[in-house]
Design a binder for this molecule. Sequence first.
Ligand SMILES: Nc1ncnc2c1ncn2[C@@H]1O[C@H](COP(=O)(O)OP(=O)(O)OP(=O)(O)O)[C@@H](O)[C@H]1O
Ligand SMILES: N[C@@H](Cc1ccc(O)cc1)C(=O)O
Length: 361
Amino acid sequence: MNVDERLELVKRNTVEIVTEDELRNIFLNKKDIRGYIGFEPSGIFHLGWLIWAYKFKDLVDAGVEMILYAATWHAWINDKLGGNMDLIRAAARHVAYVLSAIGVNMSRVRIVYAEDIVSRVSYWEKVLRIAKSSSLSRIKRALTILGRRADEAELDFSKLIYPLMQVADIFEMDLDIALGGLDQRKAHMLARDVAEKLGFKKPIAIHTPLLPSLKGVSRMSFEGMEIDDIAAETKMSKSKPEDAIFVIDSDEAIERKIRSAYCPPREVENNPIMSIAKYIVFRGEKKRFVIDRKPEYGGSIEVYSYEELENLYREGKIHPLDLKNTVAKELIKIVKPIRDMLQANKDLWEELKDIEKSVTR
Ligand SMILES: Nc1ncnc2c1ncn2[C@@H]1O[C@H](COP(=O)(O)OP(=O)(O)OP(=O)(O)O)[C@@H](O)[C@H]1O
Ligand SMILES: N[C@@H](Cc1ccc(O)cc1)C(=O)O
């Protein structure tokens, strides 16, 4: 792959790259490029995570040495899985299996647990240095990266340490690239600013879109809010299982959840089903997508890109129910091989069932 091909691969299905010039520059000039994604191991892998998982695969395929970082202590700070560290560690295990099921070459991936780096003195020195160069108000604003509001740190000071740790993770692992959903933006921008002040390597941030919750957006106004805060508030999340689809869901559960999801006719912006079609089914690629309809309802329609689907839906040429049925069918094709792979490992499957029952926030 030449540099342009690598860039194209990494850019597709992202919201932003900060900055693209820097990315081109390291693709041109650096041999060993290191990137990561961090996640809180605190529940079951859901559809939203597949967006970064496919991007993780693109980065590995583009020759980036990727680290899968299980942010165990961060999940503990964030009150996940009832603060049970054994369960938190167990919840990290299945993520690598999911990546492998979608075709990530795991022999080229390094898995790091927070424990591996928080045990170093150099790590805590970085946390303090980052704190020294940040204002309290900036750290409070960064609480979006935990899915929390600033006032939630009033009774639990550890939540304010979390953003400092996330930035220290980036420096301690000496990363060139930090990958994450758009809700992680404040951590990455803080890391970039602090890097300049402290003389650390400035990470390139790659942000993938956030899949909205199946119930859509109920709030009327987001005036004055920043784009990452809005996306964070409306995203599909493992802490709200009723509005999310998980990679362990049965075909029937997927069909049922899709059938009862919010899907306003002709509208594509606040429409979780269209978002699933865009970010999970098409993912910026061309593919055949067939909407089966009886001749009396206009016959079948075939499209080959998300843009074609979007135009037809906007024009009212596709009924929400037909859209739902096709998206459910395509989604099952994606989820079933992942679920089958997890289910084939009996111990892992049982562990996942325990975790499913223990999800808290
Ligand atoms: N709905 C989503 N769509 C796309 N990416 C997501 C979504 N939810 C989380 N992510 C991304 O997944 C990574 C891990 O996020 P996180 O551990 O907070 O997941 P979560 O499901 O939101 O969890 P929680 O409900 O516990 O906050 C982050 O990079 C985040 O941006
Ligand atoms: N804040 C991330 C998890 C994370 C933690 C530490 C990191 O270094 C990176 C990511 C989330 O909620 O998903």
